[in-house]
Write a protein that binds this ligand. Structure first.
Ligand code: AQP
Length: 313
């Protein structure tokens, strides 16, 4: 029997190359070796996207991105989180064994408060919903970017706590974070993030890719523009890059042009497929419907076991 893998992406906006290298690429690389549950985390997205048309469009686009990047719905269970009402049901049970001070230590929540914003109850409770997303499928691994490590640790702690109180019910999941792509830098050198406005779009037009690459922040103190090189390493090996950077010492424009060309060559075939899917929306509808049916049966079976364990049956 194959080990189980679970992960997901929030439909909160256009996918960027950080989402691809930090998460989606792992899903594609692992789909033959694991039984994969990959979701569109639309309930999580509600903490930020509160425009119904925009959310629908984003859900479609994340699913289309999964398919365009090479996830095969015949091998992978692709589903929409909100189709599984048991994720919310389990969240309530887990809320009841989780303390407020414990969740107050969650980085996403702390960052928001530190930036002077009022966090919604949904954002505060986000780690518990994510814990439910994970535990319902008993995954051995959860491939994520480094920013999500703490959330997987919360899932581990909560599974252990549940098992202590009510008996062995959940598998303890492991985060899977690749050192090379755990934090993909954005064009300003910080972590690439939609909310920082420092992204290179995954399926942008050539012009959008050129514009983002030309905007990579460089300083004139050395031969190699560090931010350009850090992103370039995602697309070519260091051995492949060495002669290019040697021949173009200090020529930042030439190096940016080479990076933009490499990004376009790499993304081109996936972008073509993405555009085909955009022109044929039924592909996405069919995939989510079929995935949802299979996943629902599994999630409900697990939830029945949880209810029995806690005395709610
Ligand atoms: N820069 C990144 N490097 C490595 N991994 C990344 N991920 C996101 N950005 C990077 C990983 O992509 C997956 C999906 O993440 P998400 O749905 O939680 O989106 P996100 O992390 O919220 O993406 P953003 O762009 O950073 O959104 P905002 O700005 O809204 O917070 C996860 O596995 C994540 O680690």
């Amino acid at each position: 029997m194959k080990k189980i893998l679970l992960s997901g992406i929030q439909p909160t906006g256009d996918m960027h190359i950080g989402n691809y290298f930090g998460a989606i690429k792992q899903f594609v690389d692992m789909q033959d070796d694991y039984e994969c549950y990959i979701m569109v985390a639309d309930l999580h997205a509600l903490t930020t996207v509160q425009d119904a048309d925009a959310l629908r469009k984003n859900i479609f686009n994340v699913t289309a991105t999964y398919l365009a990047c090479g996830l095969d719905p015949k091998k992978v269970h692709l589903f929409q989180q909100s189709d599984m009402s048991v994720h919310g049901e389990l969240t309530w049970i887990l809320n009841c064994i989780t303390t407020m001070p414990y969740l107050e230590r969650a980085v996403a929540y702390k960052d928001k408060v530190a930036n002077g914003k009022e966090a919604s109850v949904g954002l505060f409770d986000y780690p518990m919903l994510m814990t439910s997303d994970i535990l319902l499928y008993d995954p051995a691994v959860v491939p994520v970017g480094a920013d999500q490590k703490q959330h997987v640790e919360i899932a581990r702690d909560t599974a252990e706590k549940f098992n202590r109180i009510w008996g062995e019910t959940f598998t303890i999941p492991e985060p899977l974070i690749l050192e090379s792509t755990g934090i993909v830098p954005g064009i300003d050198g910080r972590k690439m993030s939609k909310s920082y406005g420092n992204t290179i779009p995954l399926f942008g037009s050539d012009e959008e890719i050129d514009k983002a690459v030309m905007g990579i922040v460089t300083d004139s103190s050395g031969d190699v523009p560090a931010n350009v090189y850090a992103i370039h390493k995602l697309f070519k090996t260091e051995a492949e890059l060495a002669p290019l950077y040697e021949a173009n010492k200090g020529k930042y424009k030439a190096l940016k042009d080479a990076l933009a060309a490499d990004i376009k060559a790499f993304i081109g075939p996936m972008r073509d497929r993405y555009e085909e899917i955009q022109a044929n929306p039924k592909i996405v509808e069919d995939v989510l419907r079929a995935g949802g049916t299979v996943v629902k049966a599994r999630a409900q079976t697990k939830m029945a076991a949880v209810k029995k364990a806690v005395g709610l049956n």
